[in-house]
Design a binder for this molecule. Structure first.
Ligand SMILES: O=P(O)(O)OC[C@H]1O[C@H](OP(=O)(O)OP(=O)(O)O)[C@H](O)[C@@H]1O
Ligand SMILES: Nc1nc2[nH]cnc2c(=O)[nH]1
Length: 189
């Protein structure tokens, strides 16, 4: 299960971003290049384990897009992208994003009260990004059926659990200066 993803994660380089050990991987960085077979493997698996009874698949710019788009093509469900730039459209919602190495602003467009969405992102680490997003969606009256992260590290997912969302993390890793170690795979006992 998820063999391509697991094998490639083990070989990921790690760099320092300040104090943060940042792993570099095609799914979360787009470099050196994305293997379409790996993206398909991931999208197929998400379609099996997630509640796809939704109006749209919601992802965050930039690196949630490849997997979320593959899932959209597979299921025929539209894709909505939370962007890092404003459009000043009516109903646009602004939220602050904070990760282990950056701070920024995100903008939600195209959603309204009562919409059902699944959130798909590439990585959950501190949980700062997805926590801010689910809080904003809750306020908007948007229903989140599932929160999916392809890769998970650290305990940021616990912040989401406190809000009543149990993220489905496909592969959980540990990242140190020495490299990446696989800790858990969703669905494996
Ligand atoms: O759990 P967190 O600590 O919030 O980290 C996770 C976020 O970090 C990355 O986004 P980033 O803002 O680096 O943008 P990118 O997708 O453009 O690389 C990733 O795509 C997640 O959205
Ligand atoms: N590529 C990559 N994306 C991230 N998003 C949050 N943490 C990381 C990381 O260590 N590597």
């Amino acid at each position: 299960m998820l063999e391509r993803l697991k094998n490639s994660l083990i070989n990921s380089p790690v760099m320092k971003r300040g104090e943060y050990n940042y792993f570099i991987h095609p799914i979360s960085d787009g470099v050196p290049s994305l293997d379409p077979h790996m993206v398909k493997e991931i999208a197929d698996y998400i379609a099996e384990i997630a509640d796809m009874n939704v109006d749209t698949i919601l992802t965050v710019e930039a690196m949630g897009i490849p997997v979320a788009n593959a899932l959209s093509l597979k299921t025929g469900i539209p894709l909505t992208i939370v962007r890092k730039r404003p459009y000043f459209l009516e109903g646009e919602v602004e939220l602050s994003q904070s990760t282990g190495y950056s701070k920024g602003v995100l903008y939600i467009n195209g959603l309204k009260k009562g919409d059902r969405v699944i959130i798909v992102d590439d990585v959950i680490s501190t949980g700062g990004t997805l926590l801010a997003l689910v809080r904003a969606l809750k306020k908007m009256g948007v229903e989140v059926t599932d929160v999916i992260s392809v890769i998970g590290r650290g305990d940021g997912y616990l912040k989401l659990e406190e809000l009543g969302f149990k993220p489905k993390v496909l592969v959980t890793i540990d990242v140190s200066e020495k490299g990446v170690e696989i800790k858990d795979v969703f669905g494996d006992q």
